[in-house]
Each structure stands twice: as structure tokens, then as C-alpha cells.
Design a protein around this ligand. Sequence first.
Ligand code: DX5
Ligand code: ZN
Length: 220
Amino acid sequence: MEKSILIAPSILSGNFANLGSDVKDMKAVGADVIHVDVMDGVFVPNLTFGFKMISDLRPLSDLPFDVHLMITNPVRYVERFVKSGADFVSFHVEAETEIEKALAIIKNSGCKCGLAVNPDTPISSIERYAALLDLIVVMSVFPGFGGQKFIDGSLERVTEAARLRDRYCPHALVEVDGGITLSNAADAAKAGADILVAGNAVFGAADRAEAVRHLHGKPQ
Ligand code: DX5
Ligand code: ZN
């Protein structure tokens, strides 16, 4: 039997004036995980939100919160993101920081830890940390904005990440983030992804449940 892919809508594409109702809706539409994009305006040229938003949203859903930090020096903040209610906290291998220390803080506070890799960074850059990881986030767009186009060549990088996972951290999940659509979701799953982040594909759809069903590979 084929493994079933997990769908993680990114609330970056939700309505910020009404995020509570978007978060509540995610379980009803069949999503598996809620992807939470945190941007600091320095690591990426955009700003979103921080701890309080996450801890206020947390009680509204029992789906896991997958917090993706696009911030500089994440070691300063990871513990507070765990405390705000994250189930997964990932940050970027490109962010200048004490990577091992930040991963250990996340793990020791009872959360799953991940590293994200930008499209122009070799997947091999995470090899030395791979044994510590619960999640590998392969960026298929340059981070900062939702609704961008999936970068060609990302599927090969997903397969490379899945190989690295099989070798060093077989329990870990491989996530693809950026530009996932109803047309490329199946290919990303086939390339080895376990989780597909989908912002625009879910929040831009007329029927979110139908979009999630399609992303799961069940178009009927
Ligand atoms: C990009 C974010 C992604 C993005 C996904 O910086 O990390 O999570 O919002 O949105 P879509 O699916 O619209 O590309
Ligand atoms: Zn993200």
C-alpha cells in the first residue's frame, strides 16, 4: 500500500484578520498539520508574527503545529516557540546560529526539531546534523512569500533529502515547502516527501476540502 502523504496548509496564506477561524477550519477540511511561517524581516524580506499569535491560536485546533522559523539567530528564540505550543520547530541551516545547540534546546523541551534548506544551498549542508533531526524541510521556493512558483530541480533535492533521512535519521519526515499545487503534489510525494506544505493551493481554493483531498492524491 502506498504511504499517505501529510498535508500542511500554511496559514501565511490565511486571512490575518481572521486566523482563528482559518486554523479551526483546517481539521474540518482534512488537513493533517498546520504550517506556521515566522518571518523576522531580516532573514527574509517579510514580517509575519511571533509567540503570542501562536499561543493564542494553539487551543483552536488539535492538529500538530509545524513552526517554520525564517529568522536570524534562531537559538535565541527556539525555546519560546516550543513553549508557545509548537509540535515541530524548524529553522534554517543558512541562519547564522549555534545549530546543534538550537536543535538540542528544541528536543530537550519536548518538541520535534527540523532544519530547512534554501533552494541554492546544497542538501549535503545538513548531513552533519542529520542524525539529530526529526524533520528536513526542502524549500522549493526562496522563502519570504506565499504563492510563488515551484522551482525546477526541487524534486531531485527532495529525493536527495529522503536518502539522507534513510541513512541518518530514518524516523524523520521530509517536508517540501513552496509552490505546491494540485498538479505537482503527486510528483513531490513520489520523489520522497512525507509532508507537503500548501499555502495558496488550500487558501486560494474555492473549496478547501476538495483541494486537500486532491493534494492527498484522492481527486474524487
Ligand atoms: C515561504 C513559506 C511557505 C509558503 C508556502 O516562505 O515558508 O510556507 O508560505 O506557500 P505556497 O504553498 O503558497 O507556496
Ligand atoms: Zn514555510
